[in-house]
Design a protein around this ligand. Structure first.
Ligand SMILES: Nc1ncnc2c1ncn2[C@@H]1O[C@H](COP(=O)(O)OP(=O)(O)OP(=O)(O)O)[C@@H](O)[C@H]1O
Ligand SMILES: [Mg+2]
Length: 303
């Protein structure tokens, strides 16, 4: 397999503070690669450096096998971008947004018109085609941005938080569409806060915080590496159980607010202790990416 994106020692600082701190990764053609991290982790900055919107202060970048200069803006038919903020033209209609974008890439009107129908269907916006963008809902706009970046049939699509702020239905529709793209062989690079999204879509995930890579691997690898397979979530009205009681049986314990997360290989011993404490409520579930994320990035609330 060949890498479609390679970053080596990628670095960016603002006012002397590193926000992307010498990170290295490679994305293979055809995979869905996710960057996961809390607010301010450096996800958007990383993506912007990849496409040349933010000049890197150090490191080496290669896209489609070609080295990129730090201040080189990459405009290519081979690349589609969905930015974190929708940047549609509000005064134009749905159709016009697609047409203008296609012309920007130098596609002939006939070619764009031929693709238009398919893209409108893909985005489920056929019946809205003559509507001004300002009258669309958030979910519709997001679908239109996605459709628009596909006008030139890119090989690589970069998406910065494609589903943030959308309701579950709108989110599922975007996920379906992204899976369709992947089946067609399009390489996807996305950032997200949603563990569910990362787990469902991504073949590999890079978890970052404070500009650094905390780990990189398949969702399953990350779970196996960082947490035990079962979690007992314990909430107590009075006091949480003395963690010392549980410590002997738990792989790890994390207190978050009023909840004690007890990560275990086998729940039996822990449940026996808990059943003897009637004031507590608890539930058992399999460990998920969310646990990995909390463990790696810490529990403190970000601004
Ligand atoms: N133009 C800028 N000038 C100064 N600081 C910046 C600039 N752009 C980003 N930063 C800082 O760089 C850090 C990383 O920001 P970035 O937008 O990459 O984070 P993010 O992981 O995308 O966060 P979010 O999940 O909130 O979108 C933050 O501390 C941010 O304040
Ligand atoms: Mg961001």
């Amino acid at each position: 397999m060949s890498s479609i994106v390679t970053a080596e020692g990628l670095y960016k600082q603002y006012d002397g503070v590193p926000v992307v701190d010498h990170i290295s990764f490679a994305i293979e053609a055809g995979e869905c690669f996710g960057i996961l991290g809390p607010n301010g982790a450096g996800k958007t900055t990383t993506l912007r450096m990849l496409i040349g919107l933010t000049p890197a202060d150090g490191g080496r970048l290669e896209l489609f096998g070609q080295p990129m200069h730090p201040d080189q803006r990459l405009v290519s038919r081979r690349l589609g971008v969905v930015a974190q903020e929708d940047n549609l033209d509000d005064d134009l209609t749905v159709e016009e947004n697609l047409l203008v974008y296609g012309r920007y890439f130098g596609l002939r009107s006939g070619v764009i018109r031929a693709r238009l129908e398919e893209l409108l269907t893909f985005a489920r916006l056929t019946d809205r085609r003559r509507q001004q963008v300002r009258t669309l809902s958030g979910g519709m706009k997001r679908r239109l941005v996605l459709a628009r970046c596909l006008v030139a049939e890119p090989e690589l699509v970069i998406l910065d938080e494609p589903t943030t702020g959308l309701d579950p239905q709108a989110r599922h529709l975007i996920w379906q569409r992204l899976r369709t793209l992947k089946e067609r062989g399009v390489t996807l690079l996305l950032t997200t806060h949603y563990m569910e999204e990362a787990a469902r879509l991504c073949d590999r995930l890079l978890v970052m915080n404070h500009g650094r890579i905390l780990d990189l691997g398949t969702p399953r690898d990350l779970i196996t590496r960082h947490v035990e397979p079962q979690v007992v979530e314990i909430r107590g009205r009075l006091a949480p159980p003395d963690p010392a009681l549980l410590r002997d049986h738990a792989g790890s314990l994390e207190l978050v607010g009023d909840t004690l997360y007890c990560y275990v290989r086998d729940t039996q011993a822990v449940l026996a202790i808990l059943h003897a404490q009637p004031t507590l409520t608890f539930q058992t579930r399999p460990a998920s990416l969310e646990d990995v994320f909390l463990k790696l990035t810490g529990h403190d609330l970000r601004e």
